[in-house]
Every structure is written in C-alpha cells, then in structure tokens.
Design a protein around this ligand. Structure first.
Ligand SMILES: [Zn+2]
Length: 240
C-alpha cells in the first residue's frame, strides 16, 4: 500500500520535473513578448500624440489663411471706399482702419510661417517615432512567432503529461494529494530518493535507522531538512 503510494508520488514528481523543464525551455520568451507588447503600445501612443499636434498645427494654419483672406477682402473694400469719402475725417478713419488691418495681417502671416516651421519639426519627430515603433513591432512579431512555434511544439507533450499526472493523482488518498501539493509549493521535486544516506533534494543526512524503517514500506517519511517526501534508492519505479 505505502509502496504503491510512494511509487505514484515518485512518478508524479518525475512528471513535474518534465513539465518544469518544458516550461524552462520557453524561458523568458513569454515575458519578453509582454514587455515588447507594452513597448509597441507606448511607441504607438507617442506617434499618435505627435500626429495630433500636426493636425492641430495644420488647423491653426488653415484658420490663419482664412483670416488673411478676410483681411485682404476687407482691405480691398476699404480702399474702394476711400475714393468715395466726403471729407478728411472719413479718409483718416479708413486709413487708420487699413493700418490696423495691415498690422493684423503681419501677425497672421507670422503665425502661418511659424506653423510651417513647427510642422516640419513635428514631421521629423513623427518619422523617427514611427520608425522606432515599427522596429519594436517587428521585434514583437519575431518573438511572438518564436513563442508560438515553441509552445505548439510543447503543447502536445504538456497535455499528455498533465493527463497522466491527473490519472496518478486520482489513485492517491486525498490527504496525501494535499500534502504533496503543499510541499510542491516549496520544492518542485517533491518526492526524492535517498542517496548515500542523504536526502537527494537538500543533501541532509537521513539517520540509518529511518532508512531501515523506510525499506519496510509501513509509512511515508519526509526529510527533516527540507520536508520533501523520501523513498529508498532501490524502490522500483513505475513508468510515466
Ligand atoms: Zn531534504
């Protein structure tokens, strides 16, 4: 009874080790993909923000051009009116108005010129940001591809190990399953053999008397050093 249980436990640990190895082969890849996803998102946001500035500046210029046209039209109308004035006072009033329009036009033209300059600068920034974003997107695509390939390669193996693991666990009493999963939180290799009178998990010595008792398979022993489940070296293993 205890022998069978120990054999099941040892088999489950071997499966857990295989699963951990498969996981390790994926390595940092899943984290790299996540980090790159974030990088692409942030770079895209930067591109969008710059584009928004460009759109705003184009709008400002379009408004300025409309205003410049309005000023031209008004000025033209005023110069026509100036021929029809009845006295000096009216003439001076129109001259003053034209003068003020000319001043405003100078400001509007300055605005138009400065938006051109700003737009040029923003476009250069935008191009650089887009390039960086595309570069990050390409790196992400590479990593995602790599991860997909590796995962699909491993998926079959992982699935069959998991189902075998569930089969083996189902043959154990509930309290042992709970104990196993609890130890596994600290040590992935939950069930280990005694080697040269020592726990092969943490290498602490196991008293000879305990090893003798262990060989009678009357109860399950845990290592006093690390808490792992122990089995004698000569115990026959069941296939996984
Ligand atoms: Zn130990």
């Amino acid at each position: 009874m205890v022998l069978e249980q120990l054999q099941l436990l040892a088999a489950i640990t071997r499966i857990d080790n295989e699963l951990a190895e498969l996981q390790e082969e994926l390595g940092d890849l899943p984290y790299e993909v996540k980090a790159l996803e974030k990088e692409v998102r942030m770079r895209q946001q930067a591109v969008d923000t710059t584009q928004k500035h460009i759109d705003d500046i184009i709008q400002t210029r379009a408004n300025a051009r409309i205003r410049a046209q309005e000023i031209h039209d008004k000025e033209k109308k005023l110069s026509e009116q100036q021929f029809q004035v009845r006295n000096n006072r009216e003439f001076d009033a129109i001259t003053k108005e034209v003068e003020s329009l000319k001043n405003e036009l100078r400001d509007v033209e300055k605005t138009i010129a400065s938006t051109m300059l700003t737009e040029d600068n923003l476009r250069r920034v935008h191009d650089g940001q887009s390039e960086d974003m595309e570069d990050a997107a390409m790196r992400l695509a590479d990593r995602e591809h790599e991860l997909r390939d590796l995962s699909s390669e491993h998926n079959g193996e992982i699935t069959s190990f998991l189902s075998r693991r569930a089969d083996l666990l189902a043959q154990l009493p509930k309290n042992l399953v709970v104990q196993y999963e609890h130890i596994k939180e600290y040590h992935n290799d939950t069930t280990v053999t005694i080697r040269k009178n020592c726990c092969s998990g943490c290498f602490s010595a196991v008293p000879a008397q305990r090893i003798v008792e262990m060989r009678t398979y009357k109860m399950i022993f845990t290592c006093e050093g690390c808490g792992r489940l122990l089995f004698p070296e000569e115990m026959p293993l069941i296939p996984i």
